[in-house]
Design a protein around this ligand. Structure first.
Ligand code: NAG
Ligand code: NAG
Length: 507
């Protein structure tokens, strides 16, 4: 006999199975109809291998199975400013800039615009990049070697011909622009960003006739072109990861794409996660000469994600579980940040079948995310701004309290993130029952926290911004804040708050 619980579990398993099936079905049917990807008949295969630093780009990583995954293609577009439009696929206005010709060998290019995010995800086929015509530093250097380099040297400036699309054998005469200003103003607006690199890329992109479309090397597999901003800051990098993830899903990529950084930033610790999330990474200038992409996708800037936009506009969304949303669709709820957090955890090989930190025999982990001084980027003085002036004192008091807490065992974990690999940081986050920290980018990791994790943020009066309160809300995490006068915290107040949280956990 099956108990009620088992019947429920069986139903959930069957439901997930059916969901996967439906998604795959939708994927294949929609793609067989609309995707004009030509097959790779014209190329010697050997050239396409080893382009990604010894990694054979014919073997891309598959997508992991994510418990919070919901389909990314919709019968009808989600309502403007709904949670799905902000966090999922609101890129429903399709604009073809170059339709595939009937010769089979032509390039193509189109954009999907979201009026909610005022941004577009663009993709195309037979796209040529000439790194020699992108003015920027080489990128990928060791930080110590490029101290003092200016950010504007690291951001790309595109000369004519930096990007070209194959316009087919019938196209003659001088190259023409791929996208006019009117198109750009409407679908890829500058959005007040001083150097909008994706707009810059599109502005300079040209359509050329096949006879002028020279390709010494090809990348056969789908490749995301990304320009990172504030690449050494975890908050901004997470917006870049999110945008890259959304771009891959909106364009229905069957596997995880390669990533090319179209920027000249130096190496950063976050590359570990870029490598884990995607099939491979490479800097644009790392290609020795022009390179052609069978399928390239332009990932919008991190500034154009809901994670960033929510800092300045009201995004009225609460986190919910994917099962709830599947049964009761709700425009004011989202499971996308949970899906994304699972994507990060799966990429590092962590199992996803845990929904809460079980009451562990070894005790409850309370993770204290520390802010440490370290050299973040070439323009950095090596000191982080103090947002909790007596952080060490608060940590020591909590440690003392934890070791004398006898209702249950509490382990205070010293989250020295600047000294930990990205994978270890994510492990610490998912193993925590409570996460405490002063406002700082390290807290952005809570996107990977398990659903029952409680957040306690200590906020100085000099830096009162809503980043983590918002992420907690969009993910459906319980969130508490201690608002300081100045940047000094009374350890007793922190302990009182933590101890009341522990009580609510039955401890
Ligand atoms: C490309 O990257 C590899 C390591 O990933 C490095 O050894 C090589 O020097 C780079 N080449 C260029 C042209 O930057
Ligand atoms: C938590 O901290 C606040 C200060 O932000 C304080 O007023 C409140 O009393 C504390 N809560 C508990 C339960 O101790």
């Amino acid at each position: 006999m099956l108990s009620k619980r088992n019947v429920l579990l069986l139903k959930i398993v069957l439901f997930l199975f059916a969901l996967n099936f439906v998604t795959l079905f939708l994927y294949f049917t929609s793609h067989s109809k609309q995707s004009p990807l030509p097959s790779s008949q014209t190329l010697p295969n050997s050239l396409s291998n080893h382009l990604f630093n010894g990694h054979n780009d014919r073997f891309l990583k598959p997508w992991p199975i994510l418990p919070s995954y919901l389909p990314w293609s919709h019968g009808s577009p989600p309502p403007s400013r709904s949670c799905e439009a902000y966090f999922g696929n609101g890129f429903s206005d399709r604009q073809d800039l170059l339709a595939p010709g009937n010769h089979g060998a032509d390039g193509w290019f189109r954009c999907f615009h979201s009026d909610t995010l005022r941004s577009s995800i663009c993709e195309g086929g037979r796209i040529r990049m000439d790194p020699g015509r992108v003015r920027m530093s080489r990128g990928g250097e060791r930080l110590e070697d490029v101290i003092g380099r200016k950010e504007e040297e690291e951001l790309p400036k595109f000369e004519g011909g930096a990007f070209e699309v194959d316009g087919g054998p019938g196209l003659r005469g001088v190259p023409r622009r791929l996208a006019g200003d009117e198109f750009l103003d409407r679908y890829v607006p500058g959005n007040g960003i001083a150097m909008h690199t994706m707009r810059g890329l599109l502005q300079s992109a040209q359509v050329v006739g096949s006879t002028h479309f020279d390709c010494p090397q090809w990348v056969e597999e789908p490749t995301l072109l990304v320009t990172r901003f504030e690449y050494a800051n975890l908050f901004h990098t997470i917006t870049d990861w999110y945008s890259a993830y959304v771009s891959s899903r909106v364009t229905g990529l069957p596997n995880r794409p390669n990533v090319v950084f179209v920027d000249g930033h130096c190496m950063a610790p976050m590359e570990e996660t870029w490598k884990a999330l995607f099939s491979s990474i490479r800097y644009a200038k790392n290609f020795s000469g022009p390179v052609c992409f069978r399928h390239a996708i332009l990932s919008p800037l991190g500034y154009e994600t809901a994670l960033f936009k929510g800092l300045s506009e009201e995004i009225n969304c609460n986190g919910a579980s994917a099962q709830d949303l599947w049964q009761n669709p709700d425009d004011q709820k989202t499971a996308r940040l949970s899906e994304f957090g699972e994507m990060i955890r799966a990429s590092f090989g962590f199992p996803l079948n845990r929904h809460r930190v079980e009451k562990p025999v070894s005790g409850y982990n309370v993770l204290f995310v520390r802010r440490e001084d370290y050299l973040a980027h070439p323009r950095h003085g090596g000191k982080v701004e103090s947002r909790l002036s007596n952080e060490q004192e608060v940590f020591d008091s909590l440690n003392n309290w934890a070791s004398n807490h006898h209702v249950c065992k509490v382990n205070l974990v010293n989250g020295l993130f600047a000294h930990m690999s990205m994978k270890e940081q994510v492990r610490a986050i998912q193993d925590a029952s409570v996460i405490i920290g002063a406002h700082g980018a390290g807290l952005t990791h809570i996107v990977s926290a398990l659903p029952k994790t409680v957040i306690l943020e200590i906020i100085s009066s000099y830096y009162r911004r809503p980043h983590f309160a918002l992420i907690a809300r969009w993910k459906g995490l319980e969130y508490h804040a201690i608002n300081l006068d100045g940047s000094h915290a009374n350890p007793k107040i922190v302990i009182d708050n933590l101890s009341s949280i522990m009580k609510s956990l039955g401890c």
